[in-house]
Design a protein around this ligand. Structure first.
Ligand code: C2E
Ligand code: MG
Ligand code: MG
Length: 586
């Protein structure tokens, strides 16, 4: 389901309509006799006059008496001349030279040339050089000449229109609609050929655009496109820019893409040595499988996506493992609503322990979702949170977990007489809901809680994605009195100044700081700096992923007052969490 939505590939009719309409326009213009320019080149005045007479009703005519004069006029009016009628034997610069020069020029190359000649040999030679047609001398039938000229002008205009519509302006590659049409054509042309569908993307391209500017981004895209053009031309393939930084290739199947990897490295990555480009290539081999193109490219995309953020790897093949993951993804998407109805999504709770007193105490808890699936067993969030985010389904799960968390605070309050603040995770997608504050407010009201009892964890990566959105949502929630915790701090691309911009209450130091704290002295120093800054801003820090006593003691000595991690407890079901509460009460 996700793939198809992502892809939205099959949409060529619109383009066809555009081509069709424009073609009609071009025909109409000819019929309406909007006057185009014809250049008649002949050293004999009598010939110039005869042709002029034949064409003057339909064309504005410019005359040249030899090749040199003709080229001067052409270079002067590159875009205004619709057709050239060209004599071959002329003084100074002859007709062959003119054809050669015109065909070497990117703009003049599109102008059709009719050669005026009386001998067979020159006809052949000029056609080989790139002339479009010839008219034999002496001129006998004016109607035939007119018809030939008109037909060539029309063809050239059609060609230009088609190439405008079927190609991406920036890179000159096929746009998606035409690409798929042509790919389909290739399949029908040689049905049992093995081919590869390839999906190429640049990691974090939006950041490249943001940091180095659009012009630079365009330069990268053009360089990439040029390299892909070379590659597909060697392998009987075609290439397309699907959108932004997504490129598609369809080509004869090749056993190993190391060649493409090397080419991209040499021509693109190394060309921008300071920018650390990571170009990902996902490959799906359609070898003798009758699979439709949308599915084939969907799979190539899955292979490409599997490399996201993995800077060690640039090539990924769609294989059985990915196939299994894909099926699991589809299953999880399919089952979500039933799962919600049947209460399969359950909040587990992990304590956040205060360590600033002699005996550690429960300072709060984090609610973490678990899916208790009838066939798959207990599934951790790492399997589906990203998937549901991408598919716009995470809100349903989040709201369920928020509700369970709120209800749990109330239950423990009633049962044990203490309020344990629980933090819930809010996906960056939740933050786009303009009524998120009302939703939380209604929730705490329903369970007779205070907003400060419910903490909301927002993830740091949301800041890199849309800082304003995050700041706006957080500000609204804070105004209602909710406590905001910044989750996964240190994993994103944001700088420390983010801490000044977002009005957060608690900072959660990402697990990776703790797990690597003894790798080098620098790592401990970094933790110390973050703790100092947070201290200066008066923001308490929760260290996540603390697994050993030594980590706990060292963090405590560095000034960290709240610890979350397996050292104290894994996330557990509510019933089990109650043992901790009871133990503390005793
Ligand atoms: P998170 O919010 O950063 O949660 C902390 C994760 O670290 C949890 O993984 C927790 O089980 C794990 N953890 C805690 N202590 C330790 C430790 O000492 N060692 C190790 N190795 N791991 C530890 P979990 O529960 O698998 O959740 C993973 C992520 O999934 C969460 O990271 C959060 O981003 C997301 N998530 C969990 N529940 C929800 C939810 O209800 N909604 C949303 N949107 N995301 C959720
Ligand atoms: Mg969290
Ligand atoms: Mg975290």
């Amino acid at each position: 389901m996700r793939l198809r939505n992502d892809l939205k590939i099959y949409d060529p009719p619109k383009n066809y309509r555009r081509v069709g309409e424009k073609r009609m326009e071009s025909k109409l213009r000819l019929k309406q006799k909007i006057r185009r320019n014809a250049l008649v080149v002949d050293d004999e005045e009598i010939n110039r006059m005869i042709l002029g007479n034949i064409l003057e009703n339909d064309y504005e005519i410019t005359y040249a008496a030899d090749g040199r004069e003709a080229l001067d006029i052409l270079n002067d009016k590159k875009n205004d001349i619709s057709i050239v009628l060209l004599d071959i034997l002329m003084p100074r610069v002859n007709g062959f030279e003119v054809i050669k020069e015109m065909r070497a020029d990117p703009i003049l190359n599109h102008i059709p040339i009719i050669v005026l000649t009386s001998e067979k040999q020159s006809e052949i030679k000029s056609l080989n050089l790139g002339a479009s047609d010839f008219i034999p001398k002496p001129y006998d039938s004016p109607e035939v000449i007119k018809a030939r000229v008109n037909r060539l002008v029309e063809l050239a205009e059609d060609r230009r229109i088609i190439s405008d519509v079927e190609r991406d302006q920036l890179t000159g590659l096929y746009n998606q609609g035409f690409f798929l049409e042509y790919a389909d054509f290739l399949i029908k042309y040689k049905e049992n050929e093995a081919r590869d569908a390839v999906w190429i993307n640049i990691d974090h391209f939006h950041l490249i655009n943001e940091i180095y500017g659009r012009d630079f981004g365009d330069e990268v895209l053009k360089t990439l496109a040029d390299t892909l053009k070379v590659f597909v031309s060697i392998h009987n393939g075609i290439a397309s820019r699907k959108s932004a930084d997504d490129f598609l290739l369809f080509l004869d199947s090749i056993p190993d893409y190391a060649e493409l990897e090397a080419l991209l490295k040499e021509k693109v990555v190394n060309r921008f040595p300071d920018h650390n480009l990571h170009i990902r290539t996902g490959i799906y081999n359609t070898h003798l499988k009758s699979i439709d193109l949308v599915t084939a490219f969907g799979r190539a995309k899955v292979a490409c996506d599997s490399l996201r953020g993995n800077f060690q790897k640039a090539l990924g093949y769609f294989d059985d493992k990915l196939q299994k993951e894909l099926l699991l993804d589809e299953r999880l998407i399919h089952d979500i609503h039933k799962g919600l109805e049947q209460k399969q999504f359950i909040a587990y709770f992990q304590p956040k322990m205060g360590v600033d007193k002699d005996i550690p105490y429960i300072a709060g808890a984090e609610a973490l979702v678990r899916l208790n699936h009838p066939d798959l067993g207990l599934v951790p969030p790492s399997v589906y949170v990203d998937l549901y985010e991408k598919n716009g389904l995470i809100q349903f799960v989040d709201r369920e977990i928020w509700r369970q968390a709120a209800s749990q605070i109330k239950k423990w309050k009633d049962e044990y007489g203490i309020t344990i603040p629980i933090s819930v995770n809010a996906s960056r997608i939740d933050l786009y809901d303009p009524k998120i504050d009302e939703h939380f407010f209604d929730l705490v009201k329903e369970y007779d809680l205070k907003p400060k009892d419910l903490h909301i964890e927002v993830t740091e990566t949301a800041y890199a994605e849309d800082a304003n959105q995050l700041i706006e949502a957080v500000t609204k929630l804070k105004e209602c009195g909710f406590v905001i915790e910044l989750d996964d701090f240190g994993t994103g691309y944001s700088a420390l100044n983010m801490l000044l911009e977002i009005p957060i209450d608690v900072l959660k130091l990402d697990m990776k700081f703790v797990s690597s704290m003894y790798d080098s002295d620098k790592n401990i120093q970094l933790i110390k700096i973050i703790l100092d800054i947070a201290n200066m801003l008066n923001v308490p820090v929760v260290a996540e992923g603390v697994e050993t006593e030594k980590q706990m003691e060292d963090l405590k000595n560095l000034g960290c007052r709240i610890i979350q991690g397996y050292y104290f407890s894994k996330p557990v079901a509510a019933k089990e969490f109650e043992h901790l509460i009871k133990a503390q009460k005793e």
